[in-house]
Design a protein around this ligand. Sequence first.
Ligand SMILES: [Ca+2]
Ligand SMILES: [Ca+2]
Length: 287
Amino acid sequence: MRAILSVLMGWGLAASAAWGFDVTGLSTPESLIVDPASGNYYIANINGSPTDKDNNGFITRLDKTGRVMAMRFVEGAPLHAPKGMAIVGQTLYVSDIDTVRGFDKTTGNLTALIPLAALGALFLNDLTADDQGNLYVSDSAGFVNPAAPGAVFKIETKQGHRAAVFARDAALGIPNGLMIHPKTKRLLVNTWGTGKIIEISSEGAPSLWMAHDAWQDLDGFDYDTTGNFYISSFTGGKIFRITPDRKSVLIARDLITPADVNIDRKNNLLLVPSFKSHTATTLPILP
Ligand SMILES: [Ca+2]
Ligand SMILES: [Ca+2]
């Protein structure tokens, strides 16, 4: 991965790869996030099929230098195919097929269980939180039932984890990555298939925010400290930066299935899980 960096210098990645880390020995890692409060990193390992309730999924915890503290920080509980993650307060929330589970981010103990099957959840994917402590979770329902429209659920963590459908609309396609726009505070969703970014109003109405011919099978979605957005193309092996004036810039290519990428805004690092190579890495970005 470090060799690729030399090829990509000048594409918007930092020229001096001063610090970063690689993790090996993972098992189908879907997402890699940082806890800004502690600097610890968490990796969700599906371990097997994304749809199998096989109770072998696990969460890896890294220290702030990127060293593995616990490969299986959380396992069982049950945990089948963990995908998106978001931290609210002391709780690490994880999407898991049709349920969102909450774990104490320090001990790994299960502290919250939010079943969403009754709301129609089929393939929960990304998770993100707003600054009010509300969680949003995407449902890539079309992966399971091609006739099922995509959906986003909202979970109010400060209201007893009350859950509801926030949006369910064929216009969402197969929704995947989620991000709260740092300025407008609106929810943005990216999509699998023909990659699009869709904005969802506070009333749950979708509208196209941006589309681009080079985008396909979008997965990760996050922003940096200067207002650039980042999306990964899973099957395309690419990561794009979207500038504040909405230009799409290819900044990394030839990656192996970059899944739910995120940004460590303190260290200016792109956090990249490689789904099919069972590894994770980081790419430095310009601050
Ligand atoms: Ca599994
Ligand atoms: Ca995802």
